[in-house]
Structure formats: structure tokens, C-alpha cells
Design a binder for this molecule. Structure first.
Ligand SMILES: [Zn+2]
Length: 265
């Protein structure tokens, strides 16, 4: 059994427009049609039991619709993370609603939501997440669809994790997309959760192996970023690194199970 900690899907009526739009923005080809039905088919093919499904509120007023949809698709196999927008005037109230509805956490994306990870404006949000024992999965590193503004760099991740040691922070893309030398310099070896999507296909296998071997083994999680990558191929890239079996089992399953049972109430 495997758990994929980073996937996306959209409500059926939006998928057909969202996918081509995002393909164009990111200059990237989706591997699925963007529906949960297609994601579940992909999970069956790849031998993935559970997927954490990340939504991103690009405007404050999307909160309620995303929360409702997340509730509608939640199942044994799909673990939705709703999203709040940092500009919302009722952020802490919204975090309480997320917790009351029994979700395990939220997803944020500094580029789509126009904030810097360690700016003070966001701190009440981090404090609310800690109060409710919720996970924060946050896009980290640069983004394929945006100019290289340093919104969520390894040094900002370090600042946030030091200021909020109780925040259940999950960085994506092995600590920061396309900034891996800096991840190695500042974050590898520290107790910071890293999901590994969109990293193994960009890194030299030697650097990937070195980073995954040097990081605390309880803090690594498998993720694919499906539909922007294929879940089966992503698992294949991880397995091709020939890491010890015990470490692979932690990355693909045990660490995610532990985190998912630790959160919420
Ligand atoms: Zn993603």
C-alpha cells in the first residue's frame, strides 16, 4: 500500500476548463483529465491506496465552495485538503471550520495566493493551524508557471519552522522546487517534512540519493503532483534510486500514515 501526499483534482464541471488553462499557464501537459474518477483510476494502476488531494483558493470567496467540494469527495482513498486565502478577513474562523469538518489540514500556494511564506501577515494563520493541530502542505521552491520571485525559499522555510516549531509543516518538491542546492545547504538533516514530487525527474540520481539518505527518514513523503506527473512513473523513479527497502516503505507509506493519524482531533 502506498500513499501519495500531493495530488490535484477539480469538480467535474470545472476540470474540462481548468486543465487546459493550467496546462497553458505552466507549459505542461496533464496526465489525467483532472477529475477524481480519473485520479482513482490512476491510483488503481499505480498501486496507490490513498491520495492527499490539494485544493488552492485563488480568491478569498472560494473558501466555502472548496470546503463543500472537499467534503463531498472525501473517502477512504481520497484525503482532501481544503484551502484558505491569506487575504480573507475571517481566516481563523475558516481554519476552525476546516477542523470542525474533520479535515486533516490545508494547502497553501504562495505564487497563486501572492504571499511570502515568512511574512507576519500570515502568522495568525500558522497559529490557528497549530491550535487545531492541522497540517499545512505548502508549495515550496520556485514554480514552473511563475517568474523566479523568492516567495518560499529554503531560508524562509527555515525561518518559519524555527519560529513555529509546533506547526505541522509539509514542504513540497523535496524542500523547494529547483532550489535543491539551497535545500541541501539549509534544510537537509533538519526535522522538516518534505514531499518529493517533481524533484526526482529534475535532479541527478546521485544528488537525489544523497539528499534522501541524509534527511531524517521519518520526514520524507512520497508525492506525485498528479495530474502534472504520472503517479506510477513517479513511484518508479523513487524505486529506481535503489534506496534501502525500509526507507522506501517509510517514504511511500509509514510516514504518511503516522502524520494522517496524528492530526485533527
Ligand atoms: Zn501541486
Amino acid at each position: 500500500m502506498c500513499i501519495d501526499f500531493h495530488t490535484h483534482a477539480f469538480p467535474d464541471h470545472l476540470a474540462a476548463t481548468a486543465i487546459p488553462y493550467l496546462e497553458k499557464e505552466g507549459n505542461i501537459q496533464a496526465r489525467l483529465d483532472g477529475t477524481t474518477t480519473d485520479l482513482l483510476r490512476s491510483m488503481d494502476r499505480a498501486g496507490i491506496d490513498k491520495s492527499v488531494l490539494c485544493s488552492i483558493a485563488t480568491r478569498p470567496e472560494q473558501f466555502d465552495a472548496i470546503l463543500a467540494w472537499s467534503g463531498a469527495i472525501r473517502s477512504e482513498r481520497l484525503v482532501p485538503l481544503p484551502s484558505v486565502h491569506p487575504e480573507s478577513e475571517t481566516l481563523t474562523e475558516q481554519i476552525r471550520k476546516v477542523a470542525d469538518a474533520g479535515f486533516v489540514g490545508i494547502k497553501l500556494h504562495p505564487y497563486y495566493q501572492q504571499f511570502t511564506m515568512d511574512e507576519e501577515r500570515i502568522f495568525p494563520l500558522y497559529e490557528a493551524l497549530i491550535r487545531h493541530n492541522l497540517l499545512l502542505v505548502i508549495h515550496t521552491g520556485y514554480d514552473i508557471a511563475f517568474p523566479r520571485t523568492p516567495l518560499c525559499t529554503p531560508s524562509r522555510i527555515l525561518a518559519v519552522s524555527e519560529r513555529f516549531p509546533d506547526l505541522l509543516l509539509i514542504t513540497t518538491h523535496l524542500g523547494g522546487w529547483d532550489d535543491w542546492d539551497e535545500v541541501e545547504r539549509l534544510l537537509i538533516g533538519k526535522p522538516i517534512h518534505m514531499e518529493i514530487s517533481f524533484a526526482l525527474d529534475f535532479l541527478e540520481p546521485e544528488q537525489a540519493r544523497r539528499m534522501l539518505s541524509a534527511h531524517p527518514s521519518d520526514y520524507l513523503l512520497f508525492g506525485s503532483d498528479s495530474p502534472w506527473a504520472d503517479q506510477g512513473e513517479s513511484l518508479g523513479m523513487l524505486r529506481a534510486l535503489n534506496l534501502p527497502d525500509g526507507l522506501i516503505r517509510k517514504i511511500t507509506r509509514h510516514n504518511a500514515e503516522t502524520l494522517l493519524t496524528r492530526v485533527g482531533r
